[in-house]
Design a protein around this ligand. Structure first.
Ligand SMILES: *Cc1c(COP(=O)(O)O)cnc(C)c1O
Length: 373
């Protein structure tokens, strides 16, 4: 799986673009006849948008979602040779004075408040054109989007949308991953009642988990992110998605210790008897979160070895006392993330979510892109 070709890097990050595509295809089939976009913000959740975007476009994805204009322009460039007609939208609104960049880059702005709607309308008027945009209605997040008062105002002034081709009305779910939380149903009701008061256009509602709440949550366009990258969108059930990343690192050194020695910064791990400690060249500077200190395992030839002591900037220490000496040897590759230790497991051990583990993956790894099975 991971060859020994790269001793120059401390670790090898293998990204299975084929698995990302398979995950998208699964979600596309699940939401059909609604359309399935791909949320590729934050460099495709850390996996590398330059590789992920063309692969998804080749598989038929025609809508890409990012958070910022700069990201949108990079996605547009990645799409150019494969699917120049695809639509790209940028969730973070319309920075004043940048209207022309959206048009030049063929990026759809997501208009989040009445000020942005007015600015886009003024821009369309100045060009004498009808221009497309997405409009975000807040149904409970209280971050971005038209709040209830703004919605009332807009519903009472349909002329404020003159010159704007509303591609989608969209909203975003707060608790979709908690399948017994009534909030999702409340947001669905608020979204439906908002749509009933607004000019007719397509609608977009569900993120990854939202898709699994059923067809009445799909509307016209689903917006999955995390599930594409293998994070479980249904945490109460086995993960229906394929893992997409694998992180393997080389054992740099293996040493014998005995009580009363300690390991690493803060002398945080105390050796209680004869022990063998191995060191790996990955640390928090690589996005291997420091909160994983003393938590969880890595896998050496499929055998679990506990992480001991603090995660430092460049190094991790593991206890390989229980492993045969010919297995736990310097030079051996060990699995930190992969089939034995999925992203969600690492996240739970770190006290965070898979999204953060993925988007933290560092730039020091030797990255290998494969298209598995
Ligand atoms: C990030 C994001 C998504 C994707 O959410 P996932 O939970 O990763 O599927 C969808 N819509 C909006 C508005 C987002 O910000």
């Amino acid at each position: 799986m991971t060859s020994d070709q790269t001793p120059r890097a401390g670790a090898i990050l293998t990204v299975d673009v084929g698995a990302v595509v398979a995950n998208w295809t699964q979600l596309r089939d699940r939401v059909a006849p609604a359309e399935c976009s791909a949320v590729v913000k934050a460099d495709a959740y850390g996996l590398g948008a330059a590789r992920v975007v063309p692969a998804l476009a080749a598989a038929g994805c025609r809508t890409f979602v990012v958070a910022q204009l700069e990201e949108a322009l990079a996605v547009r460039r990645a799409l150019e040779p494969v699917a120049p007609e695809a639509q790209v939208f940028s969730l973070g609104g319309l920075p004043p004075g940048y209207e022309g960049e959206f048009i030049a880059g063929r990026i759809l702005p997501v208009l989040n408040h009445l000020g942005e709607i007015a600015a886009w309308r003024a821009f369309t008027a100045s060009r004498g054109e009808v221009l497309p945009a997405v409009i975000h209605i807040d149904t409970g997040m209280n971050r971005l989007g038209l709040g209830p008062d703004e919605l009332d105002e807009l519903a009472g002034h349909p002329d404020w949308l003159e010159g704007i081709n509303v591609r989608y009305w969209m909203t975003h779910l707060a608790c979709a991953d908690e399948f017994d939380n009534p909030m999702t149903g409340e947001q669905l009701e608020r979204f439906r009642s908002a749509l009933a008061r607004l000019p007719k256009a397509k609608a977009s509602f569900a993120n990854s988990s939202g898709i699994f709440h059923g067809a009445d949550h799909h509307f016209d366009l689903a917006r999955p992110g995390c599930a594409l990258y293998g994070v479980n969108p249904t945490p109460h059930l086995p993960n229906p998605m394929r893992g997409t990343v694998r992180l393997d690192a080389r054992l740099l050194q293996v040493r014998n210790c005995s009580a009363p020695m300690t390991v690493g910064y803060g002398a945080a791990h105390k050796v209680t008897g004869p022990a063998r400690i191995a060191t790996i060249g990955v640390g928090y500077a690589d996005g291997y979160l420091r909160s994983l200190s003393g938590k969880g395992h890595v896998f050496v030839d499929g055998v679990a070895a506990p992480i001991v002591g603090r995660i430092s900037m460049d190094l991790i220490t593991i206890d390989v006392t229980g492993l045969p000496e010919n297995v736990a040897q310097a030079g051996r590759m060990v699995e930190l993330i992969g089939p034995s230790r999925p992203v969600d497991t690492v996240a739970a051990e770190a006290g965070t979510i898979g999204y953060e583990v993925l988007t933290s993956l560092g730039q020091r790894y030797h990255r290998v892109y494969v298209s598995g099975e």
